[in-house]
Design a protein around this ligand. Structure first.
Ligand SMILES: [Zn+2]
Length: 282
């Protein structure tokens, strides 16, 4: 008997070259080629999603949309959702409010140019919202964002105007009109898999898929048993998950999730709409 329904959201951050020449400031063709591989990954992901008839959400940087418009159009043509992910993968915390606004505008223009898309969702590069991010997203009319970690399986209203006090209680701001669909580093393929050595920075990565599969299945199993109406949001990157042995892992996971009664796959926009309908803003 189905006691509750669970939702799985497959999300793919299509950073391509922007990740390497933006935050990593790479100039070598070898580093840049790692981003180029994202295009191969997108083709494989689209084929898998089509075979399983599953909708997904792709967060695309403006630079990726300008560089690879055909890939972005293929994502849109396959019926998947496209969200905003900065222009050159800028970390919003490093930007002034006006710079952050300009990046939002540049990203919107690029997605429109490439695929005529007006995104309803936003995911900040590096999942590092600035104190201005939510208010700017309200101003631009976004419906949801997916960068915070205040829950694991349930959406909530993101807040505006928190004040940090270190000598007394933390001050929570007002609930915004932006639905938060939370994420987690344990549910992100990049730190598990991607080996990056730059200067004195080392991300070891290179995990066996069996380890990641165990973690992701464990999160799903707990949610399925304990959290009614839970939403499992996986964050993947075409240039990471697109490698052969990891694509096989993703395929196994999809079939595992789908093998449970009452599980469906949805886009984040759909989850945000349903949350909004069930929890009207004050
Ligand atoms: Zn990204």
């Amino acid at each position: 008997m189905v006691t509750h329904r669970a939702t799985v959201c497959l999300t793919f951050d299509f950073d391509a070259i922007s990740l390497w020449i933006g935050p990593y400031q790479a100039t070598s063709p070898s580093m840049i080629s790692r981003g180029e591989f994202g295009v191969v990954g997108v083709e494989r992901i689209l084929r898998l999603l089509a075979r399983r008839n599953i909708p997904a959400t792709f967060f695309v940087t403006g630079h990726t949309a300008d560089t690879y418009p055909d890939s972005v159009r293929a994502i849109a043509a396959a019926g998947h959702e496209i969200g905003h992910h900065g222009y050159l993968h800028e970390n919003p915390v490093a930007l002034t409010r006006e710079e952050e606004r300009a990046v939002l505008e540049r990203g919107l223009a690029a997605l429109d140019r490439a695929a005529g898309v007006l995104p309803r969702g936003y995911r900040s590069p590096a999942w590092d919202n600035s104190p201005h991010t939510i208010a700017l997203l309200e101003e631009f009319g976004f419906h949801y964002e997916s960068s915070l970690m205040g829950h694991d399986f349930l959406p909530y209203w993101a807040r505006v105007g928190d004040v940090i006090h270190r000598d007394r209680a933390y001050e929570f701001g007002r609930p915004s009109r932006i639905v938060e669909i939370p994420v987690s580093w344990i549910l992100d393929d990049f730190p598990h898999f991607e080996y990056v050595r730059l200067g004195n920075r080392l991300s070891p990565g290179l995990s066996a898929p069996s380890k990641v599969e165990e973690i992701w299945r464990g999160e799903f199993d707990f949610m399925y048993r304990e959290v009614e109406g839970g939403v499992l949001t996986l964050t993947m990157h075409p240039q990471v998950i697109g490698r052969g042995h990891r694509m096989l892992m993703l395929e196994r996971l999809i079939d595992y999730f789908a093998g449970h009664d009452g599980v469906r796959f949805a886009t984040l926009a759909q989850v945000a709409d349903e949350f909004r309908a069930a929890h009207p803003p004050a």
